[in-house]
Design a protein around this ligand. Structure first.
Ligand code: 5AD
Length: 369
């Protein structure tokens, strides 16, 4: 009887791509191994139908770890004085993309802390530069960088993951040629958002940024951590209802992983199993969404990438940053960045994918609904 309700809920999600709050709660709380197996199987089948056996690969370049924000969970938060801060130069970033392009990568994800000085190319505000500033976008350096990447790697897509900006800045970056933008909403619950972030940060602004990104024409990515401190199943239900309405082209979700030099140092890591279940639910909610098997998942489970794909994910993001800075982009403890998590490890990734009947897709991997 209970199993029948579960099967019925899974079928409804598969066929209509939506559920009520109660439906999502039923799936998240379910611990029936047979139903869980069915959910996973249906999600994998949906991914196969949308994408075939091809997995999209994105080269991740961590362009800098200086951040004006102070998110309580994140290792590169502004108040962590133990981090060795760095910013890559445009030439260094281009070099990473060039190497990646030569190995066949067709999407580059530029990710970094929120650092307006880097993005504008002005490390200091010019004295008396108000007039000049009002005409400027404040992201000139980034615009130029995107143009250069597009010119050197003509077939590639550029994804940005650089945090909150103004609508005008997002439009400028889109006009410069950027294709996609990742900005996780982190949690849809207002109280939980305040628990994870200092008072200066605003959930309303985060949500406004997501709609600005969409209005600017970006393929837009949202998502949440699983098992972040204070999170309830009810919060995850709210996340799912939000994603079901907003329908982002990309959905990134990975387990919370504690970082020793943050206020959440002593908090337990998120659950790998629950993350996998969420990937399956998200896949059935949106058969065409671009859903990565995230680095955080691989960090907590050695076979996390393969299990993520078998649960419905269709994207992997190996690290393309220069080896010298990888250790410094420490969002959480033990962050994976070698082997099949690295761009040097594309052969390892290839065989890992082959072992589960998948292959690297040679395409850019744009969203196609
Ligand atoms: N554990 C897991 N994910 C984290 N992120 C930041 N800190 C952590 C952490 N401690 C995620 C956030 C952010 C993305 C770039 O990394 O969701 O949006």
């Amino acid at each position: 009887m209970r199993q029948m309700t579960l099967f019925e809920t899974i079928r409804r999600l598969r066929d209509t791509h939506r559920l009520t709050a109660a439906g999502y709660e039923t799936l998240l709380l379910c611990d029936d191994p047979v139903a869980e197996e069915v959910l996973r199987g249906q999600a994998r089948a949906a991914a196969l139908e949308s994408f075939g056996r091809g997995i999209y690969v994105r080269g991740l370049v961590e362009i800098g770890n200086i951040c004006r924000n102070d998110c309580f969970y994140c290792g590169i938060r502004a108040s962590n004085s133990k981090v060795c801060r760095y910013t890559l130069t445009a030439d260094e970033i281009l070099g990473c993309c060039r190497r990646g392009y030569a190995t066949g990568l067709r999407t580059f994800v530029l990710q970094g802390g929120e650092n307006p000085a880097q993005f504008s190319g002005k490390s200091e505000m010019l004295p008396g530069g108000v007039a000049e500033q009002s005409a400027a976008t404040g992201v000139e350096w980034l615009e130029d960088l995107v143009r250069r990447i597009k010119a050197e790697c003509p077939e590639c897509a550029v994804t940005l993951s650089l945090g909150e900006m103004s609508a005008a800045q997002y439009r400028a970056l889109k006009a410069a040629g950027a294709d996609r933008y990742l900005l996780r909403h982190e949690t849809r619950n207002a109280e939980h958002y305040r628990f994870l972030h200092p008072a200066q940060m605003s959930q309303q602004r985060r949500l406004q940024c997501l709609s600005d990104l969409r209005a600017a024409g970006f393929q837009t990515g949202a998502g949440m951590m699983v098992g972040s401190p204070g999170q309830t199943i009810g919060n995850l239900v709210e996340d799912l209802l939000f994603l079901q309405e907003f329908r982002p082209e990309m959905i990134g979700t990975g387990p919370f992983v504690h970082h020793p030099d943050t206020p959440f140092a002593g908090c337990p890591d998120g659950s790998v199993e629950l993350t996998l279940k969420l990937i399956s639910i998200l896949r059935l909610m949106d058969p065409h969404a671009l859903i990565p098997a995230t680095t955080a998942l691989s960090t907590l489970a050695p076979d996390g990438r393969a299990r993520g794909i078998l649960a419905g994910a269709n994207v992997v993001m190996p690290n393309l940053s220069p080896a010298t800075v990888r250790g410094k982009y420490s969002l959480y403890e033990g962050k994976a960045c070698t082997g099949a998590e690295s761009a040097e490890g594309l052969d390892a990734l290839r065989s890992e994918l082959a072992a589960i009947g998948c292959e690297i897709s040679p395409s850019r991997g744009d969203w196609r609904g």
